[in-house]
Design a protein around this ligand. Structure first.
Ligand code: GLN
Ligand code: ZN
Length: 761
């Protein structure tokens, strides 16, 4: 018989209970015991949903208070020296100090955080030292196993494998690969397996997600070595080797050659790997079929998935199959049952994590007992799939026609950068090293409250608009008083830079509780793109025009770029991403045209997600970059030479994609550089980046107000790399998470720094 399985369930709770618990704990309004009890309730509820849905192996260890990579760093006893200080009294204090820094007792920064493969989840990067030692610390995990065994017969611990764990981290002070530590680490995993054996565990989920990446010989050898060694000490345990987000491609023969009892395939993002997998699988191995999309919101086409499962069953028998989601459901929103407001037709096409468990169970039963045993469910699913496929809501002929009409001219500005620059300068008359900000200003509790009561219907439209106008007015006045050259309206009307546009564009729906963990207690609620996208009416023009009417200085129009809107939404799975991205680009292009007609001379189109969309495999990257760059150009090239286009990017290493950043042909790009002390700018210098750049001169993630002299120093470094005629002065990113007091102080120093450096030129 095939077994229904799961790779992991969201930890945040259906109503973001974990977030509220954590925030209360950090504030000190609840203690450690309340936090741990609350966390246990979420975990138990998650287990219960899985057992009720009919999942045959209960995943344990997928829950985390903050991040599972951090959990494994602690489980193998690898707390970096700084955090071993006795000033951190409890284990929990230590854990959160590593996750988010602390100023209580000890004064420690947070450990580095980075994106989990190509998702929007962020993990805490392990920090290895050359003299690293390891020690097993798995009591809490073992206790969870015991607790789960009380409600389910088969409990399946999830283990982050040693090779991925090491490679996800950084070896401090060395250029060697962290894999040099593998032999020291493996005994800890051996010990862990022995404990699992004692606990009566049967299957273990062995996550080695690096199998989705291009692997060098050393990494391949490390996988082989680690599993060969561990298989000697695993007793009755069976290992299912899991990776996700991509096809195994050339790593497939390696995966099946390893001493593991099953291999998981992500058949949503790599459907073509089933055929080679059926050729490489060894007779004693099982296959885990990732048939349900773990990171998107669409119902699975069960008939199609069942066909795939049947194909596998006829090749190797259903007794050797595990039915699974493509990856952990961590990346899905929790439960569609809490969405009373999503348009009913679109809702009938959706499945969140809880619903995905049902899909897995239905598929498994259909395979084991025949489709007739779940005829009603299959029928209902087929109707929903068919309805979505043929719905007029997803296809808009006008949008399609417009896409067909795109020409090479549509993605080119009328003149080259030099010509544009001089025409823009004639219009804007800016000083050398013009100062500006990235868009948002502090979202005070007053602002958040007004937005919330407007959403609830408590604050009427006109009162809300009046409130926004007053905030904008104050914001413009403050920027004028500070002497900033290019102003912004402040983005007080925006909850989020993607959802705000998602709410106004056709082809999108916005959920109420469709939250997904981004990191720790931070969750995001991506809008859902279900159909062809267009812009029914102007989205930002009124507010921008109003802001411009308050000042003689130029006000920058603020838009989110097509690539970022795409990647920070749940996207259609019924057409290529590039198609959807192109449609969004056309909508943004319309908005730039309207802003321009409203007299706005500077328009910023933010693309912080451009780098993030980069495919995991090298071979796919050129193609992605080419359509992503074209989408930005389509969005930004409809304007006259005199209109200055800015873009903004943050949180990333830009150097490897510099040619693509240059190909965007934005007149000005602002980037996050202050934490790297302008080092990030060197790449732009060496590459001879041709257009305007505003390297961030101060870190907006910290409340610290930098001294003028510090920013003067950074600007002097910048002037050495980029000609002053193309240099701008701005903070690293938007200021919405900061308070006004520190913002005004920091911006005052920034403007002063620009003045000082101007006189030196
Ligand atoms: N304009 C946005 C802001 O200022 C940009 C945010 C971002 O880059 N993530 O908030
Ligand atoms: Zn930013």
């Amino acid at each position: 018989m095939a077994i229904a399985t799961n790779l992991g369930f969201p930890r945040i709770g259906a109503k973001r209970e974990l977030k509220w618990l954590l925030e209360k704990y950090w504030k000190g309004t609840i203690g450690a015991e309340d936090l741990l009890t609350g966390a246990d309730q979420i975990r138990q509820a998650n287990w219960k949903s899985q057992v009720e849905a009919g999942i045959g192996q209960l995943t344990v260890g997928d829950f985390s208070l903050y991040d599972h990579v951090l959990d494994w760093t602690l489980r193998v006893g690898a707390v970096p020296a700084a955090y071993q200080t006795p000033q951190l009294v409890s284990q929990l204090d230590r854990y959160f100090a590593m996750a988010r820094g602390t100023q209580k007792g000890a004064d420690l920064p947070a450990m580095e955080m980075t994106k989990w493969f190509n998702t929007n989840y962020h993990y805490i990067v392990p920090e290895w030292s050359e003299d690293q030692t390891f020690e097993l610390n798995a009591d809490a995990l073992l206790a969870e196993i015991t607790s789960a065994q009380a409600i389910a017969e088969n409990v399946r611990p999830v283990v982050l494998g040693p090779v991925s764990l090491l490679l996800l981290g950084k070896l401090k002070g060395s250029s060697a690969s962290p894999l040099v530590l593998l032999d020291k680490l493996l005994p800890v995993y051996q010990e862990l397996l022995a404990k699992f054996n004692e606990a009566g565990v049967n299957w273990v989920q062995w996550d080695e997600p690096i199998l989705a990446l291009d692997l060098d010989d050393q990494a391949q050898a490390a996988l082989k070595h680690s599993l060969e060694l561990l298989s000697q000490s695993r007793g009755q345990l069976k290992l299912v080797l899991t990776s996700y987000f991509e096809s195994l491609r050339e790593n497939l023969p390696l995966a099946f050659s390893l001493p593991v009892d099953a291999v998981h395939l992500d058949l949503v993002y790599g459907p073509e790997q089933l055929t080679p997998a059926l050729e490489h699988i060894r007779p004693e191995q099982s296959l885990s079929l990732g048939l349900v999309d773990g990171r998107n919101v669409w119902k699975t086409d069960l008939a199609k998935a069942l066909k795939t499962a049947e194909q596998a069953a006829s090749a190797i028998s259903k007794d050797r199959l595990l039915i699974a989601p493509s990856c952990s459901l961590l990346h899905s929103p929790v439960d569609l049952a809490h969405e009373p407001e999503i348009d009913v037709e679109v809702k009938s096409w959706l499945a969140f994590a809880r619903q995905k468990l049902d899909e897995i169970a239905i598929l498994t039963q259909a395979l084991n007992e025949g489709p007739a045993s779940v005829a009603d469910q299959l029928q209902e699913n087929a109707a929903a799939i068919q309805a979505r496929r043929t719905s007029r809501r997803t296809h808009d002929p006008a949008v399609r026609d417009r896409q067909k009409g795109i020409t090479p001219e549509s993605i080119c500005r009328q003149a080259d950068f030099e010509t544009r620059q001089s025409q823009q300068q004639d219009r804007l008359k800016l000083p050398l090293l013009p100062t500006t900000t990235i868009g948002s200003f502090p979202q005070t509790s007053e602002v958040r409250q007004a937005r919330a009561s407007y959403r609830k219907g408590d604050l009427p439209e006109d009162a809300y608009q009046a409130f926004l106008q007053t905030e904008t007015q104050k914001c413009i006045a403050r920027q004028e008083a500070l002497g900033i050259d290019v102003l912004v309206h402040g983005e007080f009307e925006r909850n989020d830079m993607v959802e705000y546009f998602g709410e106004q564009l056709a082809g999108f729906v916005v959920s109420k509780n469709g939250w997904v963990q981004s990191y720790g207690s931070r969750c995001v609620k991506p809008p859902i793109i279900y159909g062809d996208v267009h812009r029914p009416s102007a989205m930002t023009v009124e507010m921008t025009r109003y802001a411009q009417s308050l000042t003689t200085r130029p006000v920058k129009g603020m838009l989110t770029g097509p690539v970022t809107i795409l990647f920070w939404s749940f996207i259609r799975d019924d057409q290529p991403r590039r198609e959807t991205c192109q449609q969004i680009a056309l909508a943004i292009r319309d908005e730039t045209a309207d802003l321009e007609s409203a007299g706005i001379g500077v328009i910023q189109i933010d693309e912080p997600a451009l780098r993030e969309g980069l495919p995991l495999r090298h071979n796919d990257q050129t193609d992605y970059l080419s359509w992503a760059v074209d989408a930005f150009r389509l969005a930004s090239s409809g304007v006259a030479n005199q209109t200055q286009i800015h873009t903004h990017m943050c949180y990333c290493e830009f150097n490897e994609i510099l040619p693509s950043i240059a190909a965007l042909d934005a007149d000005v790009i602002s980037i996050e550089t202050s934490r790297s002390k302008m080092e990030l700018l060197d790449g732009f210098g060496t590459f001879q980046y041709p257009n305007g750049i505003g390297p961030g001169v101060y870190d907006i993630h910290s409340p610290r107000v930098p001294a003028t002299s510090e920013m003067v120093g950074l600007l002097q470094k910048a002037v050495d790399v980029i000609p002053a005629q193309r240099l701008w002065v701005n903070p690293d990113c938007g200021l919405k998470t900061r308070g006004w007091v520190e913002v005004e102080a920091a911006l005052q120093s920034m403007v002063e720094a620009a003045h000082q450096v101007r006189t030196l030129l």
